[in-house]
Design a protein around this ligand. Structure first.
Ligand code: HDD
Length: 701
């Protein structure tokens, strides 16, 4: 616990006892106490507890008595600690911060949060994976949730998005099927947190509208290096309403200050074993170190007339509006600067609902969004157990709120007076509707035939999938093809594999050939008929990751491997150079107590070699004497340290003494393998990935 939190804890509850630092309990156990004054331990009724180690027993070796209300209260509460995890997005990490508007949208909307430049609005932001359970790892190939709760002066606004700007389906009625297909298969209970199995790909194979999102899911977007290095998207088209009720369409984008960066697949797999909490820890560490994650908020604004000219439907959540068509306008920034005090109370209990909007922001007719407006409110009842979930501190608005809703499970407020209805003539101070600044829905005419109909403008499932694939660098295209081969190779049903290759043919023949080749298909399957001709849209380089990666060491981590006999000056020089460039640095040694350096001094380690593999770093330095390297030739963790860094395309700085280890690890000199005393080259190489090395370490599809 940090000092801040420890102080806070100590100030809660009852008057302190005079506990000494070490006490001996009745049974002779030693009770170590943290220094300082301790509040009295009590039951939930405030009863001081004299003995928290022994239950009430009939005699020293006899049965426990039912009378022991202290035992029963403690166990009762413990038995009910867990609540149902989220049906999707169960695994998540969150932080507090603020949003600051830098450019007013006053011309388009009355929403105060989008009008008041310079005002800081508190936010709580939760990032998540989608498919895995709450205890699953942080780095599966998966979409990431990006949900922001703005506590505005006009009520809470929840922007519940993902790190990918499109979605798998066009209509919310398909969502339960999609989720059932991706989650662990119901008869066997596996695989956990993975799309690489039959039911997911079976569903994809019969859902052509998913093909654009499939391309994104197979791209490096689903392997983020850090939650701080992902974009976020509101996905749907929303509306902004001005004071006259005039509406402008809007799409929301979050852009990370650290730029985009992803891991490579083999690295993500190994991180899952090395540190299942990799992303949560990274966010926690960054915030605790004062290195506050930051994103720009940008919008795309367009009118109905402009929308009518798009070659796709702006109400279709499987489509992007290319930046090249409607440019992004940066209007503010979000900074996350405070880790929650309590994971359960805040990160677990936070309840996001796309229906939480503020006056001046409204929904579009996107059928996926329309269904979401019901689902999120509804799910909170099974998760949080009460229609009063809005009273939980993390969910409560920070502006005043008042109405005539009453009672319900776990009601925490005590409304006064005899009036609980509106309008009334009895209570002069009871809450009233206010037309002037209240929420108004966009007054848009609706016409046409009622029915379970999918608009024809939603029929093009392949053109944007093609545009996305063709917009990528050749490295990223190879990753996508290889991801498809990996995923489909895990599928046991041949029909599903070939059907997916058929869809790929509608997207890009070369991609289809690469995947077919990787699966060793005997013949190319037919492409399924597309209801409309597939268009060749102009490529959008803004959709790349490699193109948008910022060459920097800010937010990145460097590991320096040392052993007995290492050159301390070289280690310090590397450490200083990396830290000056903005990186965090960890010393890794065979023993946690550290290594005895060449000059006889001792250098403490931040991590022990076997538990601190190179997969958790962005670049590594290996500073060993010849004897040190000889000793480590017998340690597979040391060989993996070098070889993984190499095959994961990371920069390696190595002392001359380390050569034997590099040789055994199969490290071949290239632009990213530099001498340990060549600081400038190392910093430059460490600020990016060595993409050109990839063809020599991996057979890509
Ligand atoms: Fe959803 C959670 C994002 C479609 C139903 N969703 C959830 C979360 C995120 C998203 C980020 C986690 C929020 C948190 O951190 O607590 N969902 C999306 C996006 C979608 C989307 C970007 C499409 C554009 N979702 C979607 C549909 C439905 C749902 C179509 C249902 C019809 N989503 C839910 C849910 C969840 C949820 C079942 C589970 C936990 C929760 O809501 O609070 O209601």
């Amino acid at each position: 616990m940090s000092k801040k939190n420890a102080d806070k804890g100590a100030s809660q509850g009852h008057a302190p006892t005079n506990a000494s630092d070490t006490e001996v309990g009745a049974a002779g156990e030693l009770h170590q106490q943290a220094g300082g004054s301790h509040p009295q331990l009590t039951t939930n009724q405030g009863l001081p507890i004299a003995d928290n180690q022994n239950s009430l027993r009939a005699n020293p070796r006899g049965p426990t008595l039912l009378e022991d209300f202290i035992l029963r209260e403690k166990i009762f509460h413990f038995d009910h600690e867990r609540i149902p995890e989220r049906v999707v997005h169960a695994r998540g990490s969150a932080a507090h911060g603020y949003f600051e508007l830098t450019e007013s949208l006053g011309q388009y909307t009355t929403a105060k949060i989008l009008n008041e430049v310079g005002v800081k609005t508190p936010v709580f932001t939760r990032f998540s994976t989608v498919a895995g359970g709450a205890g699953s790892v942080d780095t599966p190939r998966d979409v990431r949730g990006f949900a922001v709760k703005f506590y505005t002066k006009e009520g809470n606004w929840d922007l519940v998005g993902n790190n990918i700007p499109v979605f798998f389906i066009q209509d919310a009625i398909k969502f339960p099927d999609l989720v059932h297909a991706v989650k662990m298969e119901p008869d066997r209970g596996f695989p956990q947190a993975a799309t690489a199995h039959d039911t997911f790909w079976d569903y994809m194979s019969v859902t052509p509208e998913a093909m654009h999102m499939v391309m994104w899911a197979m791209s490096d977007r689903t392997l983020p290096r850090s939650l701080r290095m992902m974009e976020g998207f509101g996905i749907h088209t929303f509306r902004l309403l001005d004071k006259d009720g005039k509406s402008t369409f809007v799409k929301f984008h979050w852009r990370p200050k650290l730029g985009l960066q992803s891991t490579v697949w083999d690295e993500a797999l190994k991180i899952a074993g090395a540190d299942p909490d990799f992303h949560r820890r990274d966010l926690f560490d960054a915030i605790q170190n004062g290195d506050f994650p930051e994103w720009e908020l940008a919008v795309q604004l367009f009118s109905q007339e402009e929308a009518d000219k798009f070659p796709f439907d702006h109400l279709d959540a499987t489509k992007v509006i290319p930046e090249e068509t409607v440019p992004l306008k940066v209007i503010g920034r979000m900074v996350l600067d405070r880790w929650p005090d309590n994971f359960f109370a805040e990160t677990e209990q936070v309840a996001f609902c796309p229906s939480h909007v503020v006056p001046g922001i409204d929904f579009s007719n996107d059928p996926l969004l329309q269904g979401r407006l019901f689902s999120y409110l509804d799910t909170q009842l099974s998760r949080l157990g009460s229609p009063n979930f809005h009273q939980i501190p993390i969910n409560a608005p920070k502006c005043p709120f008042a109405n005539h809703q009453r009672d319900g499970h776990m009601q925490m407020t005590q409304p006064k007076g005899r009036v609980a209805y509106e309008p009334n003539t009895l209570a002069a101070d009871s809450p009233r509707e206010t037309r002037a600044n209240g929420f108004h829905s966009a007054a848009v005419p609706e016409n046409g035939e009622r029915g379970r109909i999918r608009a024809e403008s939603f029929a093009d499932h392949y053109s944007q999938a093609r545009m996305f694939y063709r917009s990528q660098t050749s490295h990223e295209q190879a990753h996508m093809a290889s991801a498809l081969v990996f995923e489909l190779s895990k599928v046991e049903t041949p029909r599903v594999r070939t059907a997916m290759v058929g869809h790929m043919r509608n997207i890009d023949e070369d991609l289809a050939r690469r995947v077919a080749d990787g699966l060793a298909l005997d013949a190319m399957p037919d492409a399924p008929p597309s209801p409309v001709p597939v268009q060749d849209m102009p490529p959008s380089p803004a959709l790349q990751i490699i193109g948008k990666m910022v060459p920097t060491l800010k937010g990145r981590a460097i590991g320096i491997l040392v052993a007995d006999g290492s050159d301390g000056e070289q280690v310090q020089a590397l450490k200083r150079a990396a830290m000056d460039a903005g990186a965090t640095v960890k010393i890794v040694a065979p023993k946690i107590g550290g290594a005895k350096l060449a000059d006889g001094s001792k250098l403490e380690a931040d991590g022990q070699l076997q538990g601190t593999p190179s997969v958790i770093f962005d670049a590594v330095a290996i500073v060993l004497s010849e004897e040190g390297a000889q000793m480590l030739l017998k340690e597979s963790a040391a060989i993996d340290f070098a070889s993984d860094a190499y095959v994961h395309l990371k920069a390696i700085a190595a002392s001359s003494g380390a050569q034997a280890l590099l040789d055994k690890a199969g490290v071949i000199p290239d632009a990213g393998v530099v001498a340990a005393d060549d600081m400038k080259d190392f910093i430059k190489a460490a600020s990016t990935r060595q993409w050109d090395r990839e063809v020599s370490v991996r057979i890509l599809a």
